[in-house]
Design a protein around this ligand. Structure first.
Ligand code: NI
Length: 171
């Protein structure tokens, strides 16, 4: 298994719209394993394929403290959205930034599992936030896009500075 490199905001590849998975093959299954490993290693609760520069609709999520409740969503689709909630969000592609974002409270989701089987479920609270955040990634949207231009630009220049420093130090 491999730890994958995560694209950092404002990398333009984070704005690519992911295509639906047509047929789940070994490449997808290997990717899911590596995405899961990468998410756990980086202490994330969700990771979208877009973030590792693979532009097909795959998400891994685990919001459990014990990291033993993995949810894999292939071609996820949010069917229903109700209510609203605000949550302090972070993202592995936007390191060290946490900002409040308003999302739907409850959602109904359909997706395929790793065997290609359809399933549907309802999510609320943190799981709902996380799914909405990750589906956004597949649609080329990062959570900072919900913030004011001023805030977003501040975050952008801060992250660009950090990345330049890393380049100079060859990290
Ligand atoms: Ni994210």
């Amino acid at each position: 298994m491999t730890i994958l490199k995560i694209l950092t905001y404002p990398n333009p590849r984070l704005y690519k719209i992911a295509k639906p998975v047509e047929e789940i093959n070994k490449e997808h299954l290997d990717l899911i394993k590596n995405m899961t490993r990468t998410m756990y290693e980086c202490n994330g609760i969700g990771l979208a394929a877009t973030q590792v520069d693979f532009h097909e609709r795959i998400i891994v999520i685990d919001i459990s403290e014990e990291k033993n409740n993995l949810i894999v969503l292939i071609n996820p689709d949010i069917l229903e959205r109700t209510g609203s909630q605000e949550y302090q969000e972070g993202c592995l592609s936007v390191p060290h930034v946490f900002e409040k974002v308003e999302r739907f409270e409850k959602i109904k989701v359909k997706a395929l599992d790793q065997d290609g089987k359809h399933f549907e479920f309802e999510a609320e609270g943190l799981l709902s936030v996380c799914i909405q955040h990750e589906v956004d990634h597949l649609d080329g949207k990062v959570f900072v896009d919900y913030l004011s231009t001023l805030k977003r630009n501040r975050i952008k220049s801060k992250l660009i500075k950090v990345q330049k420093k890393k380049l100079i130090n060859n990290e």
